[in-house]
Design a protein around this ligand. Structure first.
Ligand code: PEP
Ligand code: MN
Length: 494
């Protein structure tokens, strides 16, 4: 934590992740629009395996078909059979070659996606979201980006309250659905255009870029105006008209994985957008359908490191839709960050129990705050706000400095008190003698009860109890260690 806070981290400086995750980070550079060295290099795309004993006319017919489509065919004669290597970029033109007489099977040896592939673009892409001067970099080793907000924009009050809260907690991008593709036509469908205006107003106030889902190519102009990151939702991952439309804008696209899409189908969907002219695509793993009904979806976190091997595009994870269950969102966010995700997108609501969509998976404000604390504690997240406060204090804001000095003094006293308490616990252990063990559960219960009864200041009962429980745990471990030192266990087992 101390190391993190001391590290200044300007947004576009290509900041590194904690050292322990370096193994996930190959060489990175800023996104380049230059063609890569591998582009245009001719390699075998497909192998056509002929049946044993295929006759020369059949082999000639296969070669003719391949060459007739402008591709090259290289024949190798083995002991038993002939194989034909197919070289050229438009391999799909001969995808029917397997139906010709004498052909046993065809094997594709390269990925069907090109622009999306790591081979085509060996440097990982960093994509920026938001207006120049206030943009958030995602991918290629940039710090983890947290996007947060409600599933749907329900009202100005709901969205502004959420925006202010998640901003204060350190989210970088605000989410909010305006057009909701719901399973039921009777469910809340989103506020539509007014929601986009509310999002744009919240961006104005907080400075956070916004992400929202596009469901129809006709909305594109509107989204170009109001939205910084355009989401294509799971249900539309196979909507090729929408994907091509997304290729027409220069705004970055957040492409969610289809409900039952393979990794290859997902990358092919990205290929639609890239090949239509927009290379600013961020992939979002959001769980896939599986046989198990205990979670809404099965969050495929292995997709994160797998995609690292296949594509240069950034990958973010949506643990809200990925699990559908509030208690699982925090742990899976941490796991996603550990797997190397470039970002997280998390649903947050002021009153999840009364959300108009996806309340079961939405975090309350305090729950989201605790998750952000946890991500900071584990050093997945930089402490931007803390840095700003330090800067303010250093700039001569006397009151913060003064308050912090008093807190430091109290912390020092607490450490001394804890030491004094531990020494008394050791004395109790000595008085009990080496055989004595166990502790007085009644006294501990009484202590906890007193804590509940006296709570009522800024600390709530459960916060006080958490601290006291930790003190008791530490005290028992000191006693146990002391008892073992006085009366060591036998060194070797008979
Ligand atoms: C959403 O993000 O609100 C959403 C509907 O997600 P998905 O398309 O992943 O279901
Ligand atoms: Mn949702």
């Amino acid at each position: 934590m101390a190391r993190q806070q001391a590290t200044s981290c300007p947004r576009n400086a290509g900041a590194e992740r904690p050292l322990r995750f370096l193994f996930l980070e190959p060489e990175t550079t800023e996104k380049s629009t230059e063609p890569s060295e591998t582009e245009g290099r001719m390699e075998t795309q497909m192998i056509v395996v002929m049946r044993t004993g295929a006759d020369p006319d059949q082999i000639a017919a296969v070669c003719e078909l391949i060459r007739g489509e402008g591709l090259e065919a290289f024949v190798s004669e083995g002991q038993e059979r002939v194989v034909i290597g197919v070289v050229g970029t438009e391999i799909d033109r001969v995808s029917h070659v397997g139906t010709l007489p004498g052909v046993e099977q065809t094997i594709r040896v390269t990925h069907p996606y090109k622009l999306t592939s790591l081979e085509h673009h060996p440097d990982r892409s960093r994509i920026t979201v938001g207006p120049a001067g206030n943009s958030i970099p995602i991918g290629a080793g940039a710090p983890l980006v947290v996007m947060a907000g409600p599933c749907s924009v329900e009202s100005r009050e709901q969205l502004f309250a959420t925006a202010r809260s998640v901003h204060r907690e350190g989210a970088a991008i605000l989410r909010g659905g305006a057009y909701k593709p719901r399973t039921s036509p009777y469910a809340f469908q989103g506020l539509g255009e007014p929601a986009l205006q509310i999002l744009a107003d919240a961006r104005e106030e907080t400075g956070m870029p916004v992400v929202s889902e596009l469901t129809d190519p006709a909305q594109l102009d509107l989204f170009d105006h109001h939205v910084d990151l355009i989401q294509i939702g799971s249900r539309n991952m196979h909507n090729f008209v929408l994907l091509r439309a997304a290729g027409q804008t220069r705004k970055p696209i957040l492409l969610k994985r289809g409900l039952s899409a393979t990794i290859e189908e997902w990358l092919m969907a990205a290929e639609y957008i890239l090949s239509s002219g927009n290379s600013n695509v961020i992939l979002c793993e959001r769980g896939i359908r599986s046989f198990d009904q205990s979670t809404r979806n099965t969050l495929d976190l292995s997709a994160v490191p797998l995609l690292r091997e296949l594509t240069h595009l950034p990958v973010v994870v949506d643990p809200s839709h990925g699990t559908g269950r509030r208690p699982l969102v925090g742990p899976m966010s941490v796991a996603a960050a550990a797997a190397g995700a470039d970002g997280l997108i998390i649903e947050v609501h002021p009153d999840p129990a009364h959300a108009r969509s996806d309340g079961d998976q939405s975090l309350s404000f305090p729950e989201f705050g605790s998750l952000m604390d946890e991500l900071r504690r584990l050093e997945f997240l930089r402490s931007g706000d803390a840095n700003r406060l330090v800067a303010a204090a250093e700039a001569g804001d006397g009151s913060i400095q003064d308050l912090r000095a008093r807190i430091d003094e109290l912390d020092a006293k607490l450490v001394n008190l804890l030491e004094e308490r531990a020494q008394l616990a050791v004395a109790v252990q000595d008085a009990k003698g080496p055989a004595g063990h166990g502790h007085d559960v009644e006294r501990e219960r009484a202590l906890m009860k007193r804590a509940v009864d006296t709570a009522g200041g800024v600390m709530e009962a459960d916060e006080l109890q958490t601290v006291l429980a930790a003190v008791l745990r530490a005290s028992r471990s000191v006693q146990r260690r002391h008892a073992a030192a006085v009366d060591p266990p036998p060194t070797a087992l008979a």
